[in-house]
Structures are given as C-alpha cells and as structure tokens.
Design a binder for this molecule. Structure first.
Ligand SMILES: C[S@@+](CC[C@H](N)C(=O)[O-])C[C@H]1O[C@@H](n2cnc3c(N)ncnc32)[C@H](O)[C@@H]1O
Length: 308
C-alpha cells in the first residue's frame, strides 16, 4: 500500500453513523485519500460507494487505493455541488442510503507547499482543482479594494479587514503566500492559538474554492432529492461551515415553514425532512486528538431523512 498522506478525522464516528446501512449506495462527496471511503466499504460489505473529488492528485491516489473493492466503487471528478446532482439524476433516490462530506482541504493539499495552501508556500495558488479558473494569485493581486474587504470580512471574520485590504493594495503584487503572510503578520489578530496568518489564508482559500457556496448548494441538492431514509453526515472544520450545517439541518427538521411573523400556521405543518441526530456536533475524543492533531477542530453533524 502507498503511504497514506491523510489521516481521516472522526473515523470511528463516521463508521458508526453509517453502520445501520446494509445495502444501496453511499456517496462520499470528499473522497480525498479514501480514508473514510475505504473504511465505509470495509464496514458495510454490501453497499456500493460513489466517491467525488475535484483534485486530480486525490483521484489518482484513491483510484489505486480503492482498486481492491472493484466494481463496488465508482469515482467521479468534479465539484460536489455539480456532481452530486448528476449522481442523483442517474440513480433512483431510494437507492441512496448515505451521504458523507468531510469538507475542506486534505493534509496533503496543506502540506505540499507547491499547492499554495500554507502560509509558508512559495507561490499563490490554493486551487483544489488545478484547472479551476480562479487562484489565490487572482484574488490577492487583482481584486478591487471592496472585493478584498468582502473576502476578509466574510470568510476570515477579520475585524480590521479594511486595514488589511489596504495593506494588500499598497504592497502588491505578491509572489507567494509566504511573502503575503510575512508582510501582513503585524496586522493580524494576536493571542489566538493559531498562526497569525491562518485567518487570512482561510479567507482567501474559501474565496478561491467557493467553499461556502459549494456546501450550501450541496445541502440544497440533497434536500431537493428528498432521499428516503438516507443518512447525511457533514464534517466541518471552522465555524462558518458549521453554522451553515447547523442552520440547514435545523430548517430541514421543521414541520412549519411559515414566516416568523405569521399569526398562525398556514403551510400545512408537514414540511419536516426528518430529524437531526446530533443535538451537539460530534468531536474528536482524547484518543483521536493524540493520534491526529488536525482532528481538534472537526465537527460532525448528522441528519436522518424521513422514510417518506
Ligand atoms: C478533508 S479532505 C477529505 C479526506 C477524506 N475524507 C479521507 O478520508 O481521505 C477534503 C477533500 O475534499 C475535496 N473537496 C473539497 N471541496 C470539494 C468540492 N467542493 N468538490 C469536490 N471535492 C472537494 C478536496 O479536494 C479534498 O481532497
């Protein structure tokens, strides 16, 4: 077996989440290095897995890794917001029993400096799909002042977003993430247990890969397909994503969808898609935290779609 470049987070919880599924299809929207995919295939011997990733390096690695599972696996390259729709059109909704998304970047994407995700990278890229049209270079060196401010505020939640945007404008062009983060370090928030440039890098990365838009569209497509009795598990790594998942799952569970100002219910009070199985998100336990430091910010929420 090749060296595995990514340790899957919350793997015990993921296996448990899908353990009751004994036939049909499970979709892994973020195959990465196939850690979760291979564990699910092993733990659920009668299911078929359809796995998606937009990163060709991950696809190449995982195609080999999943070879032993032969025709129980189908791998698709592309953005999950788009590919999931195709999968849902190609397959009978009643066959889809589970959907997993382990949102965000893989360890390999972060660790390979040439991908540009790290604040030590000597380029400005950050594209999960190397053929995608927008890179960190475009964002940092070409965005207008107001576009930069939007990215820094909405995706980095940086209080001094105006100042940072101005510093970017004053000092560009930047040739690498390292020069960018070194230049802006003095303006980044202090006192958190993270590198000062983390929120800056996070903001640019979310913009480049439209990460929040991808998550929202994925969830909308799952809801529109109304998959009977399917289990949906989403792992997120920062509060912007977790807030979206929490809000959407809560909306899915509501019977009444009348506007809050309505005096009485007029919607029929029968709109619930199912129930939230995790009142609080599942997080890594001590044992996993010791094994895998990246698991510390992972949160998983699970939704059980109704039988119909
Ligand atoms: C955290 S890693 C997943 C790791 C995987 N669960 C494992 O066990 O190896 C996230 C993966 O999802 C992919 N990804 C993230 N957003 C995506 C999107 N919108 N569409 C397709 N793939 C995406 C990334 O390229 C990356 O390989």
């Amino acid at each position: 077996m090749q060296n595995i470049p990514h340790v899957p987070v919350l793997y015990r919880e993921v296996i448990e989440a899908f353990s009751s599924i004994d036939e049909g299809i499970i979709i892994d929207c973020t195959m990465g290095y196939a850690g979760h995919s291979s564990m699910i295939l092993e733990a659920n011997p009668n299911i078929k897995l359809i796995a998606i990733d937009q990163d060709q390096t991950a696809i190449d690695f995982s195609t080999k890794r999943l070879e032993p599972f032969k025709d129980r696996v189908e791998i698709k390259k592309g953005r999950f917001s788009v590919v999931i729709k195709e999968i849902l059109e190609e397959n009978d909704a009643s066959q889809i029993k589970g959907v997993l998304a382990d949102i965000g970047v893989s360890s390999l994407q972060l660790d390979q400096k040439s991908r540009g995700f790290s604040y030590e990278s000597d380029n400005l890229d950050m594209r999960m799909d190397k053929d995608a049209p927008l890179s960190a270079d475009n964002v940092v060196n070409e965005y207008s002042s107001s576009e930069l401010e939007r990215v820094l505020l909405e995706y980095g939640e940086l209080r001094n977003y105006k100042k940072i945007a101005q510093e970017i404008l004053n000092n560009r062009p930047f040739s690498s993430a390292k020069v960018l983060s070194d230049t802006l370090k003095p303006h980044m928030p202090r006192g958190k247990k993270i590198h000062p440039a983390t929120l800056l890098m996070q903001a640019i990365r979310i913009e480049v890969n439209d990460e929040l838009g991808e998550l929202k569209t994925l969830l909308q497509n799952i809801k529109d397909a109304s998959l009977p009795n399917a289990r949906v598990a989403i792992i997120s790594f920062h509060s912007l994503e977790d807030r979206i998942v929490k809000k959407v799952f809560s909306e899915w569970s509501k019977n009444c969808i009348c506007p809050p100002q309505a005096m009485r219910c007029e919607c029929g009070n029968n709109h619930s898609q199912g129930k939230v199985l995790t009142k609080k998100p599942l997080m890594a336990q001590d044992e996993e935290l010791k094994e895998n430091v990246r698991s510390r910010s992972a949160k998983m929420r699970i939704f059980q779609m109704r039988k119909q």
